[in-house]
Design a protein around this ligand. Structure first.
Ligand code: FDA
Length: 504
């Protein structure tokens, strides 16, 4: 395509005026593949038939981001932003369905400074830092401060905070996005703005409205939260013959209404249910609480361990407390695998016989995925659904994830795994949220629908199909922000927020 070649040529020439050539990789340069793969978490999106970026810009300064956006706009090359590369559908480094538009990847991995101010209980973190690096820096600065975010330490701050950020402190302090105080953003005109210059609507949209749509977030100022110097983690595993089905059935009624200081999740893998908890207190306190509220679990004091908060993040990241916190600094995402995940919200407890048939019919199969049940309640229920774009608050008991990962690159293996995930998702329909069947945007799922163009911008009408599932009533407000800050729809991908239709 001659038009594309001219655009790419112009774009690369434009970049080279301001960005050192060593920071720009193209398919013709030797480090291109290594850089593309460096944080590509989902191997499904680096297969030969996935379209690849025309260039990867490893930004080392904020000005490089501004130049990339301006050059992309001028020459018609779109920019996909990548912080940690953990997008479930590879949208930060691959284009799957989108109109064969040439695109470049703006890789922020080198923009990863973190400054913790323990006296003010605040921190600035650049988007290319990982969640693990932020946890480590907070833990190194103070034993009595923490930050609410998810369990995987290699996730990028940029994508994670853009979509919400759910983890073991959510019931006490909400999502990461609920604890953002300020941010630096480069908009579609290449301007650099902070909270006061971007205005409250754009600030609202970037704190949970999903990555990519509104601009490039360079860094985030976050509120750190008080945690005890000693917290407790718990791990108990039960097989089906040890009553796992009954325990999960009971868990649904217990976990969402436990005191906010307790987070008790369930992971089901290899026909075993693993109950993992964090308690903002001592082991004895958790033991007494469990004896009273969930005696069936049979917890003993030997099942728990008292650790610092930062060590609890090691526990959730690696399922062990025996690794040092320095492990949180390991940015390597390896081993990468092929991944397909879907998710649901549960609003009424699912009956025991349904769990029994799910276990027998699905979880016992060799291709079964990891099932993750994450409780809501606590502070999550007191935050209004429009406070941030993340709408899944009061009325939700818990989230389910069907998370399948595999290492075999054959198509037969992929089809088997993916049809398992899709099959169970279909089967769960009667038991989970409906109208819409709600989904958390950080658990990106392209099965929900992908964007189409209406003229030269993304169709609002088509996008509502997936948009209401992620954002419910907040979707239209997100589209209104998009109309205000990026009316030409420069920042777009398969599930980016569209501008409002012109006639509205
Ligand atoms: P990535 O770089 O792929 O970006 C994701 C999206 O945001 C892309 O569309 C990208 O273009 C955009 N984006 C990235 N940086 C941006 C920036 N600076 N400005 C604007 N847009 C930007 N979630 C959770 O809440 N709790 C959890 O415990 C987990 N656990 C978990 C484990 C594993 C193994 C994976 C793979 C994922 C999770 N997640 C999760 C989901 C995770 O929160 C989600 O994938 C995040 O978007 C990842 O952020 P990255 O920066 O790594 O992704």
């Amino acid at each position: 395509n001659l038009g594309h070649s001219a655009a790419i040529h112009g774009f690369l020439g434009c970049l080279s005026a301001d960005i050192p050539s060593g920071l720009i990789q193209t398919p013709a340069t030797p480090s291109y593949s290594a850089l593309l793969l460096s944080t590509a978490r989902n191997l499904r999106y680096i297969l030969p038939d996935t379209s690849k970026p025309v260039g990867i810009i490893a930004a080392a300064e904020h000005a490089h981001v501004q130049t990339t956006v301006r050059c992309g706009r001028r020459h018609g090359v779109r920019v996909r932003v990548r912080s940690g590369g953990h997008d479930y559908e590879g949208l930060s480094y691959a284009s799957v369905h989108l109109h064969n538009e040439p695109f470049a990847v703006l890789d922020l991995a080198a923009l990863r400074a973190i400054h913790v101010d323990p006296a003010r209980a605040e921190a600035w973190a650049e988007s290319g830092a990982t969640v693990g690096e932020l946890y480590y820096a907070v833990g190194a600065a103070s034993r009595s401060l923490g930050f609410p975010a998810g369990s995987c330490p290699t996730m990028g701050i940029g994508g994670h905070l853009s979509g919400g950020g759910f983890g073991s402190l959510a019931r006490k302090y909400g999502l990461s996005a609920d604890n953002v105080l300020d941010a630096l953003v480069v908009d579609a005109d290449g301007r650099l703005m902070n909270r006061s210059s971007m205005g409250e609507e754009l600030f609202w949209a970037i704190c949970g409205g999903g990555g990519e749509s509104f601009g490039v977030v360079l860094s985030w100022k976050v509120r750190l939260v008080p945690v005890p110097e000693t917290v407790t983690v718990l791990s108990i595993t039960r097989s089906r013959s040890q009553g796992a089905v009954e325990l999960i059935t009971k868990w649904q009624e217990v976990a969402p209404v436990l005191p906010q200081e307790v987070y008790l999740r369930v992971l089901v893998l290899n026909q075993q249910a693993n109950f993992q908890a964090m308690f903002l207190g001592r082991c004895g306190g958790l033991h007494r609480l469990m004896q009273y509220r969930f005696p069936e679990l049979g917890m003993t004091e030997q099942d728990c361990e008292e650790v610092s908060w930062v060590q609890s993040t090691v526990f959730f990241g690696f399922s062990t407390t025996s690794m040092p916190p320095e492990q949180l600094l390991n940015r390597s995402s390896n081993p990468s695998y092929y991944l397909k995940a879907k998710s649901d919200h549960v609003q009424d407890p699912i009956a025991r016989d349904v769990w029994e048939s799910i276990w027998a019919g699905w979880l016992d199969k060799p291709e079964a995925a990891l099932l993750m049940l994450d409780p809501y309640g606590g502070l999550m229920s007191s935050i209004s659904p429009s406070e941030t774009p993340f709408p899944h608050r009061r009325g939700n008991l818990y989230q389910i994830q069907y998370y399948s990962f595999w290492y075999d690159n054959g198509t037969a293996a992929a089809e088997k795994r993916m049809s398992w995930v899709r099959g169970l998702y279909n089967e769960m329909e009667p038991y989970v949220s409906s109208n819409p069947r709600a989904v958390y945007v950080n658990y990106r799922d392209l099965d929900l629908g992908t964007n189409e163009l209406d003229g030269n911008v993304t169709s609002y009408h088509k996008a509502t199909v997936w948009g209401h599932k992620y954002f419910k009533g907040n979707f239209k407000r997100l589209a209104a922000v998009k109309t205000m800050v990026d009316p030409h729809d420069f920042f777009r991908n398969e599930q980016s927020i569209p501008p409002l239709p012109r006639c509205q």
